[in-house]
Design a protein around this ligand. Structure first.
Ligand SMILES: Cc1cc2nc3c(=O)[nH]c(=O)nc-3n(C[C@H](O)[C@H](O)[C@H](O)COP(=O)(O)O)c2cc1C
Length: 183
């Protein structure tokens, strides 16, 4: 039955997007910003606003879960889907990102709530941080993410138009668009 206040239109999906970099010049954050222009309903957050000390069991026993981690879990709960772009440090995800994931895992929460998530990655080299993205793809389901796919952007310097803040490699842009339609 139609009641006052209801509409027939579908509620727009809210997507939270962030990069796993703590660099103010992050190319992954630039990729996230460009991706946010390709799909409706995206809120880009800066993971540096949720930084926490390096995880240690002694610190956890003494001080509990850092307030920023609780704040991030609450923030993530607002979304229906996620986009996460990771840099690659020595073939792995950066310690900055791993640390935040480690803290979140200690709460027992499933911060990604079994909701769809797209893993992205980029680097200046030809690998496009694909190894790190593959690690993230494996880890995030433990935090409740329903990973729908992975997109790597190699050679950021030539495949991204920094001036116009968009992917300049059109085949790669189309590949990303396809993945975004999955989340
Ligand atoms: C400690 C360290 C290790 C790195 N290891 C890799 C690597 O294994 N593979 C790669 O493609 N780039 C590597 N890089 C280069 C990063 O891809 C580059 O710094 C990139 O800008 C990081 O992404 P961001 O700007 O989003 O932080 C490394 C950089 C640092 C600082």
């Amino acid at each position: 039955m139609f009641t006052f206040g209801e509409t027939n239109s579908k509620k727009m999906k809210k997507i939270i997007a962030f990069s796993g970099s703590n660099s103010s010049q992050s190319i992954n954050q630039q990729l996230v910003n460009a991706t946010a222009q390709m799909i409706d309903g995206v809120e880009v957050i800066d993971l540096r606003d949720y930084d926490a000390p390096i995880y240690g069991i002694d610190l956890e026993t003494e001080s509990g879960i850092p307030a920023n981690i609780t704040k991030l879990i609450e923030k993530l709960a607002e979304a229906d889907a996620y986009i996460v772009s990771t840099p690659e440090h020595n073939s792995l995800i950066p310690a900055f990102l791993k640390n935040i994931l480690d803290w979140m895992s200690r709460t027992g929460a499933k911060p990604f709530g079994e909701k769809p998530l797209a893993v992205l990655s980029t680097s200046p080299g030809g690998g496009g941080a694909a190894k790190a993205a593959a690690v993230l793809e494996k880890v995030l389901p433990y935090l409740g993410a329903d990973v729908k796919g992975v997109f790597n952007l190699p050679a950021f310097g030539s495949s991204f138009d920094a001036e116009n803040t968009q992917i300049s490699d059109l085949a790669k842009k189309e590949e990303l668009q396809t993945l975004l339609s999955e989340i």
